[in-house]
Design a protein around this ligand. Sequence first.
Ligand code: PLP
Length: 393
Amino acid sequence: MAEDPRDWELETQAVRGGLMRTEFGEISEALFLTQSFAYESAQSADDRFAGGPGFIYQRFGNPTTQMFEDRLALLEGAEQCKATASGMAAVQLSLMGLLRAGDHLVAGRALFGSCRWIISEWLPRFGVETTYVDATDLNAWKNAVRPNTKVFLVESPANPLLEVTDVAAVAEIAHAAGAKLVVDNVFATPIFQKPLKLGADIVVYSATKHIDGQGRVLGGAILGANELMTSAYKDMHRHTGPALSPFNAWVLLKGLETLELRVRRQTETAATLADAIAAHSHVKRAVYPGRADHPQAALVAKQMTGGGNVIAFDLGDRSAAWRFLDALEIVDISNNLGDAKSMATHPCTTTHRSMPEAERLEIGLTEGWVRMSVGLEGAADLTRDVTRALDRA
Ligand SMILES: *Cc1c(COP(=O)(O)O)cnc(C)c1O
């Protein structure tokens, strides 16, 4: 084949990347629900165990899972992808593979709740200390570096208030300190932001979000260059058991085919809704990375090619936020995001309820904030539903 899939347009990669056909020539990718694989001979078993081509056991790899990994790696511009059973398995593995007892981690303080638990409660059991920083403050990253700093972790845009971090600048600070930068790219998706091109060493996803995009399965992925992926994660991934189920891999593989279409449509609708929300008299403040009034709009324009499908807005207090949620007729009250169905949540009492109040206030998360993930419904229907609920807030 003369075509190099790495040169294809993103749309082509999303539909054809990683495709492995059997002798039947199936158009839709095959689902290999098999735990193990038979070898033609004792010699061939020996060859595969010695590291030769071919599959051995589902925990190590599976053809359907590999198609998903290869397709996502192409979209991301990564040499290698390791799929995991959930986004949290990916985040946990991405850190554990790079850290040892006695090492130090620097992390942006606005993080998904379970990521904060891993860092605050889990890593210390293994002798890893963390300094949380305001991820938008480059001096804070510099000042947090210690001689034993090995990893920087950042989510950009961050959950739930959509702060944006200068990935290229933070990568430079990490590398000057001899540390690796891990970026959780869930909110941006591979469509709108390419952290590896900006200098990050590792990208992690919860594939549960936009990559599935239809609310069905959990999944995750770790991506990076071959050398680091192999040295940090290969054995760990095989032996600790976070493998993605081939069934879920198949669902996610098919999800990738429509990812670009879905995310672009969701983003168009989100831009319309964000304007309607920001203009409403009951809204104290609206944050959307695609709007000119985003606090880091210039940075968004530099490192992202779209604002994404999540909007955050402050209605002043908890009762107003709850009145808004309870008045919605089309949009669901739910804490997921990236789904075809629009959903809104009250972070203080759901996704961020385990975050101590002092830390919540540090990231500006007060009781009036609502986070909304815009789905694929019609923009006029969503605008009507949201506007009516805002009127009642
Ligand atoms: C959802 C999410 C995760 C965790 O993913 P799961 O698939 O739910 O385990 C991690 N990071 C971010 C930013 C998320 O939104």
